[in-house]
Design a protein around this ligand. Structure first.
Ligand SMILES: [Zn+2]
Length: 423
């Protein structure tokens, strides 16, 4: 099998190094959504694709499509892709690995003169990382016409303070494409979407296995701006019964959420939850004051819709009981809910069969992080993901993916592609 990936291996090493050099921002790399780093990455991917003779075009949102023609050009295309933006001071592989693997697969197929039954399109998606604009999956949602009309003029980039529309225009792209809900992808024209990605947790490294076939992507319930509002008071003078302590109220909620988590876990149901921010206002708080206000964030994720429903119900009932018991109101603010996505069983089976052919050991696991595949899946497109072992965690410059592990995942993909494209 190894000879089959050789052509892809040269492209892989060259493109990862070029990406790193084009976006280095020590420590690590930075590729801002609709910024210079992302634009440079798209230009590099396009140059490699053109050198391979792939058909290249970008939509007005900047998503890049690079197609290896198949035998029957009328059939819906098989898509492989991921994003090319990266959080500030990131590693070089989050997102980029999926695009590089798509191109490496095309290079290998070209080198061996293989024509697939249908087109294979490598898609470099724009703006996946939410740290730049406070809106999720901008590029893939734009391709399906799913961006609310006013959003391009509302959301501002975290580093520049300028709107999405301004940054798009600066890149020569067209914010009207988003405002008008125009589309560059139609679900019926997509055969399936395969997203290779580094694993962002430690499971593959712990298991000593290079590649995972993903079972599903956790859905999420997020409330980034929650507020517990009680009453400020004197720490010494106020009797207990008279207090409306925002810290104790929020602590009650945190304890209730952990008890819920333990119960779900004991029942064998998937759940993770995080109160990532938890603070009294610095301008008001002090060691001798009863806290009258506390701000916090909630991030609750599960592969199981019913668990997200139960979490939402728990938040509501606890807000009521805590208000009654402590005189503190809990306001969860605006929430965002994303439904879980199950990967297509036939694609999982094909990738597992590819792994057996390529003699690559694989694990099956859920994805804790969200990915563009979620948006494709929500549009009814069959999806699959491959995870590549990464020993350095994610969203940090220590991300570490060994070339041998990338090549193992590429071998799985190449072994599975003929059957996937023939299905
Ligand atoms: Zn990513």
């Amino acid at each position: 099998m190894l000879h089959e990936i050789t052509a892809g291996t040269a492209l892989t090493a060259r493109l990862f190094e070029a990406l790193r050099l084009a976006s280095q921002d020590p420590p690590g790399v930075s590729r801002a959504s609709y910024g210079a780093g992302e634009a440079a990455a798209h230009a590099l991917a396009r140059a490699e694709a053109q050198a391979l003779g792939l058909e290249c075009h970008a939509d007005p949102a900047g998503n890049l499509f690079m197609t290896l023609p198949g035998a029957d050009r009328g059939l819906p295309a098989t898509f492989i892709g991921s994003h090319l933006d990266a959080v500030p001071h990131a590693g070089n592989f989050d997102g980029a690995a999926g695009v590089v693997m798509g191109l490496a697969a095309c290079a290998s197929l070209r080198a061996h003169g293989t024509t697939l039954p249908r087109d294979l399109t490598v898609m470099a998606v724009r703006a996946e990382e939410m740290c730049w604009f406070p809106a999720f999956y901008l590029g893939s949602r734009a391709a399906f016409g799913l961006i609310p009309a006013q959003l391009p003029d509302e959301v501002r980039r975290s580093d520049s303070g300028r709107t999405l529309a301004e940054h798009m225009a600066e890149q020569g792209l067209d914010p009207d494409f988003l405002r008008l809900g125009q589309t560059s992808l139609h679900p019926a024209r997509l055969h399936c979407f395969i997203e290779p990605h580094i694993e962002q947790g430690p499971q593959l490294a712990a298991a000593g296995i290079p590649v995972a076939v993903v079972t599903g992507i956790r859905g999420s319930l997020r409330h980034p701006r929650c507020l517990a509002r009680g009453r400020w008071g004197h720490a010494g003078a106020e009797p207990r019964a008279n207090r409306a302590d925002a810290v104790l109220a929020a602590a009650d909620l945190a304890t209730a959420l952990e008890a819920f988590w333990l119960a779900e876990e004991a029942a064998g149901r998937d759940l993770v939850l995080t109160l990532g921010e938890f603070h009294t206002p610095a301008a008001m708080h002090g060691p001798t004051k009863i806290p009258g206000e506390l701000r916090f964030s909630l991030d609750i994720r599960s592969e199981d819709r019913a668990v997200l429903d139960a979490a939402a119900a728990l938040l509501a009932t606890r807000a009521q009981s805590i208000a009654e018991q402590r005189g503190v109101s809990l306001d969860y603010g605006a929430g965002m809910r994303v439904e879980p996505l199950r990967m297509a069983p036939w694609l999982r089976a094909a990738l597992n069969a590819g792994a057996a052919t390529a003699r690559v050991p694989v694990l099956e696991m859920a994805s804790g992080a969200g990915h563009d595949a979620l948006i494709f899946g929500q549009q009814g497109v069959d999806c699959a993901m491959l995870f590549i072992r990464n020993t350095g965690g994610s969203h940090n410059p220590d991300e570490a993916m060994e070339p041998a592990d990338f090549n193992a995942a590429l071998a799985v993909l190449l072994a599975a592609l003929p059957a996937i494209c023939a299905a």
